[in-house]
Design a protein around this ligand. Structure first.
Ligand code: EPZ
Length: 429
């Protein structure tokens, strides 16, 4: 299994290109199931979850081609995927596949909407909480699907198609909103989704569906109105920049006291996180081509933060913020309100000398004068990258095991950091 070795203590200085958002690319790829025609997606990141989803979609009958590089393209430019689901040959998503990536459960809605049936294994994914799928199922039921659970599978049937309805999500859920949107665009009549997620990735999916011929209003608000269509058609769409990758590198730059330009980043996708960084004393400058983040010699002030659905502070940046606050002068309070078990990085950060006390859903992070390198273990995607951030500032060598978690969602992370002066390498075995 690959490991990552870091020798910490170098300031990050330079430019980091921001990739397309993994969490937008995945539902966008799944949306290809909704039409017989080709969906072209630009700026798709080179990450393991995208590759795995390509295989899962291939199993359903989607032809996936990746366009070759064009002259003048840089390594940092995203890929162009063409996905064509002329015929759905298999409406089953088996355990072996869905258990490896939670987002693949989202094939449920488009398969039922287009084929009238689907059998999809209950999901796996990062071990950050119980992560139920009740909202996905009640949404489909509200649109007329019959749902049964059998042998670890969800079996959904709507032989006469789905019918629009009013759906109120009892909790804000990104995945359930993706699912509801993809079901509603092919349902008969109108659907109203209340308490919808407002995450930029939901808006990106909605905009792509509109390009495919869907009628959707209210994107970016908690109330979505959809007029179903009989069919959708071909479209081309560019995946939005990854706000979590942006926030992660912003914190890495701040952690090392460096000065980094995040090329292609969009500040409006993470205003709350940028505001928290500013309040901590970090310089954050919004520029037309990206965001510049610097902490030239200044100390870090502690912060008080709660994770919240968008536009609040994202749970996917919580681990990275905790790593950063290990260097603040004082005690920060970080409360996790989205997932109940998302503090596994805390014990690994402690191996590097961090002082973090857990009190239920809250981490009290007391800054220390310096971290020391150690061997640590990645436990989930965002936890792994928090260890990288900490390792970049720690004195001496940090070796991170189980980095396959990292490869699921960060494109060429060692290259991007090395180009800014980090001493980081992958140890393959
Ligand atoms: C998406 O997961 C992201 N994954 C997660 O990123 C992210 O942490 C999460 O949204 C929250 O922003 C992808 O986009 C692929 P949710 P999702 O449904 O959709 C509860 C990463 O690191 N809930 O918004 O699965 C749930 O337990 C990943 O890239 C129900 O109770 O998350 C949680 O407490 C990790 N019933 C809350 O809602 C349901 O049916 C929000 O989860 C569904 C969810």
């Amino acid at each position: 299994m690959d490991r990552i070795r870091i020798v910490g203590g170098q300031r990050l200085n330079g430019t980091i290109p921001i990739s397309g958002a993994k969490n937008a690319a995945l539902p966008l790829m799944i949306a290809s199931l909704l039409t017989r025609e080709t969906l072209t997606l630009n700026n798709v990141p080179r990450v393991a979850d995208v590759n795995l989803l390509s295989r899962i979609l291939g199993n359903h009958g989607v032809d996936v081609t990746i366009a070759g590089k064009k002259s003048g393209q840089r390594t940092s430019d995203g890929q162009t995927f063409r996905l064509t689901a002329t015929e759905i040959v298999d409406t089953t998503a088996p355990y072996e596949m869905v258990a490896r990536m939670r987002a693949s459960f989202w094939v449920l809605a488009p398969l039922v909407a287009r084929c009238g049936r689907a059998k999809v294994s209950l999901p796996g994914g990062c071990a950050i909480g119980t992560r139920p799928v009740d909202l996905h199922l009640t949404t489909l039921e509200a649109l007329g699907a019959e749902i049964e659970l059998e042998g670890g599978y969800v079996i959904a049937k709507a032989p006469r198609g789905l019918t629009g309805n009013r759906v109120e999500l009892s909790k804000v859920s990104v995945g359930a909103t993706h699912n509801a949107l993809m079901a509603a665009v092919l349902a008969r009549g109108e659907t109203l989704i209340e308490n919808a997620a407002r995450e930029p990735e939901v808006v990106d999916l909605g905009n792509c569906l509109i390009r495919m011929g869907a009628r959707i209003e209210g994107l970016g608000t908690p109330t979505l109105w959809i007029q179903g269509r009989e069919t959708l058609h071909s479209a081309e769409h560019t995946v939005l920049p990854d706000r979590i990758e942006t926030g992660t590198y912003a914190m890495a730059a701040a952690m090392t006291g460096g000065d980094v330009m995040l090329d292609g980043a969009r500040a409006n996708l993470l205003q709350e996180a940028l505001q928290i960084l500013r309040s901590s004393g970090i310089e954050v400058e919004e520029r037309p081509t990206g965001i510049r983040v610097a902490r030239n010699g200044r100390g870090l002030q502690p912060v008080t933060v709660e994770t919240r659905p968008f536009p609040g502070f994202p749970t996917d940046l919580q681990a990275q913020l905790i790593a950063l606050m290990c260097m603040a002068s004082g005690t920060s309070t970080v409360r996790e309100t989205i997932f109940e078990n998302r503090f596994m990085h805390v014990q690994e950060l402690a191996r590097l000398g961090a002082r973090i006390e857990l009190k239920g859903d809250t981490a009290l992070v007391t800054g220390v004068s310096g971290l020391r390198g150690a061997q640590v273990m990645a436990t989930d995607l965002r936890a792994s990258v928090s260890l990288i951030i900490a390792g970049l500032a720690a004195q001496g060598e940090t070796v991170i095991g189980r980095v396959y978690h990292l490869d699921r969602g960060f494109e060429r992370i060692e290259d991007k950091l090395r180009q800014c002066g980090a001493h980081i390498e992958r140890l393959t075995s």
